[in-house]
Ligand binder design. Sequence first.
Ligand code: NAP
Length: 276
Amino acid sequence: MNILLTGARGFVGARIAAAFPVNAAPSLRDMTEDGIKRLVDETEPEAVIHTAAISDIPTCEKDPDASYHANVMIPLWLAKTGVKAVLFSTDQVYGGCGHEGPFAENDTAPANTYARHKLEMERRVLEINPDAVLLRATWMYDMPLYGAANRGNFLVHMLLKQEAAFSAAQHRAVTYVREVAQWTQRALSLPGGSYNFGSENSLTMLETAQWLKERLNLPIALRDAGPRPHLWMDCAKAKAQGIRFRNTVDGLAQCIRDYHLGWSNASGIIIWIKLF
Ligand SMILES: NC(=O)c1ccc[n+]([C@@H]2O[C@H](COP(=O)([O-])OP(=O)(O)OC[C@H]3O[C@@H](n4cnc5c(N)ncnc54)[C@H](OP(=O)(O)O)[C@@H]3O)[C@@H](O)[C@H]2O)c1
């Protein structure tokens, strides 16, 4: 299958490119509608997986026009070409819901520019192309990957920092990005619509961090960051289609096994990271 992947050098895109065969699109920065149409006409993909975005929340707050171009207009122009599209969205669309969750796909209440733009993008893409698949991802983690962007993530924070703050009141999942990459191939055959797409987690962020600290005997000091928005997703809709992520703790345990991080003493972990 000829699959065009956008954002192929990004955090998620690089893992998708490593998981199954895709053709990497050039950068879409400053792309116009004509440019997107030309790209699709020239590459003739059977499907597009769209990961390119401005995904940093403070950057979107500071420059909403750039966020709107990247996070709303480019996806709309892709949808207008009529090609089957799988596009990434975010669990941030639940940030204003105000209770602990878990949130189903219709419970949206975005509370920042990034989330508002992503939700507008979902609605408008589906109006144009009801076959489009919108994947609401959680905060994702992995170890660094050669040749790919390595954005800050939960696992790397926990391994490298001496102290960190996570909320004892925030229900939120984190997801192993390699699981996301694998399930994205299956997402190509989902019926159109928005899907919560990641791990579930009944623990708070601080409890999740404490679990990881104990599991790896990490020398990190953890404290409560105070209230944060709940983002815990109910993934029943994706599960009904056969897409079943490990829960947050089981995903972390799988990542620990994949990278042989299960050493029993803290100094071992530090030496491993330094060598890496
Ligand atoms: N990472 C997470 O934890 C997380 C959580 C929830 C949702 N998501 C969503 O998942 C998708 C992938 O996230 P990611 O972490 O892989 O993103 P990322 O690494 O921050 O960025 C992906 C790619 O987007 C492209 N890009 C950056 N600025 C752009 C702009 N102004 N216009 C067009 N393209 C631009 C870049 O590709 P080029 O350098 O080739 O231009 C970049 O490599 C995004 O839709 C994001 O919103 C991510």
